[in-house]
Design a protein around this ligand. Structure first.
Ligand code: G6P
Length: 370
């Protein structure tokens, strides 16, 4: 059947709004909160190799590469396995070190990205185990993988990835928690806590969609003529800062840069003046105090602060010119929530600027040539 916009102006908005369902579908039949189990048959088949791996190499492109960066933080933290995140285009050409039994994790919405596919073929021929986190069933990358776990985001039509990204994060969370549980690098109490936090995500995303849209639209109107944007985050929210900047470039053609918040001192802070909007992804986590001082540093230089914050965070509210509140969550699952306002901000700014948000110029949904 033809895929319709279902009453929405654009596929991008429809797909943003579908995220509670896409995230739920990616956990359905896998996460059982009553029995406290995660079932991922493909991954379980290779659990032994994963647990004893010296490192996991994640290979992907674009938004999927940002999901890979979140997975690096997750897997290292929970499973205590060293992770490297590679751009497929770089990995395939630089004669990388791949040994028999190495675990390579591919992340791809389409399953057809040429650079990712060839990087995996090369690694496979050297004896690596290829695991896939792919959205399109039966796609080339899914077929090439030894095993994997599909994301169940459904078809994604908007060129800029939204629901496929949060579905990827969901599946990567499941994989990391599952492996950590098998490896006993987390205890039973932490395991149960993480399962509970992950299960609560779809409702929390729904809360953002139900309460923050008018506010985000207003912020989009206010900043739509800015020439540059800076996005800053720390920890699990650092890859989300990168993803927020990428979404803005794709949809509005406004130049944007994502950076680790503390690293801004080594360059981007030179750009800060009364004309520069700086988006802080500053939810309550172990880095909160640190990022609040980064916000103060930008404020002292008259930057215009837009902050994504945990609801009720009065300190950040007091510092920001504009803020978007999201529900409280464990920092491990926070990126799935904090990216939602950034997707919407780009969407509404693109609409305000009369851009073709579903089909931005020069971009392709899947890059099947290098
Ligand atoms: C293109 C798309 C992006 C996507 C990237 C990787 O650039 O426009 O949205 O993130 O390819 O695609 P994949 O299908 O491998 O996730």
């Amino acid at each position: 059947a033809a895929i319709e916009k279902g009453g929405y102006d654009h596929f991008m908005l429809k797909e943003i709004i579908e995220q509670p369902q896409a995230i739920f579908d990616s956990m359905r039949g896998r996460l059982d909160l009553d029995k406290l189990t995660i079932t991922l048959s493909g991954i379980e088949q290779y659990a032994e190799q994963i647990c004893k791996a010296n490192r996991i190499v994640i290979v992907s492109c674009g938004t999927s590469w940002h999901a890979g960066l979140v997975a690096e933080y997750l897997i290292e933290e929970l499973c205590r396995i060293n992770v490297e995140v590679e751009y497929a285009s770089e990995f395939r050409y630089r004669n990388p070190i791949v040994n028999e039994g190495d675990v390579i994790l591919a992340i791809s919405q389409s399953g057809e990205t040429a650079d990712t596919l060839v990087a995996l073929e090369n690694a496979k021929s050297k004896g690596a185990i290829i695991l896939g986190v792919v959205n399109v069933v039966g796609s080339s990358i899914a077929r090439l993988s030894h095993a994997g776990a599909y994301t169940h985001a459904g078809p994604e039509i908007g060129v800029a990835s939204t629901k496929a990204f949060t579905a990827q994060l969901t599946v990567l969370e499941l994989i990391a928690i599952k492996i950590a549980h098998i490896k006993k690098t987390i205890d039973e109490q932490q395991y149960a806590h993480l399962l509970k936090e992950l299960s609560a995500v779809p409702d929390k995303v729904q809360t953002i969609l139900d309460t923050q849209l008018p506010k985000i639209r207003e912020i989009a109107r206010k900043y739509k003529d800015a020439r540059d944007f800076l996005y800053l985050g720390r920890g699990y929210n650092f890859p989300i800062a990168l993803e927020g900047a990428l979404k803005l470039k794709e949809i509005t053609y406004i130049h944007a840069e994502g950076y680790p918040a503390a690293e801004m001192k080594h360059g981007p802070i030179a750009l800060v003046d009364e004309n520069l909007p700086v988006v802080f992804v500053a939810t309550k986590d172990r880095y909160h105090e640190k990022i609040v001082s980064n916000i103060q540093e930008v404020k002292a230089r008259k930057g215009r602060i837009i902050a994504v914050i945990t609801e009720g965070d009065e300190v950040s509210k007091g510092l920001a010119e504009d803020y978007i509140e999201i529900p409280d969550a464990d920092e491990i699952v926070a990126p799935i929530l904090s990216v939602i306002p950034l997707q919407l901000l780009s969407y509404y700014m693109g609409v305000e600027r009369n851009q073709d948000v579903d089909k931005p110029r020069n971009l392709a949904k899947s890059v099947t040539v290098e």
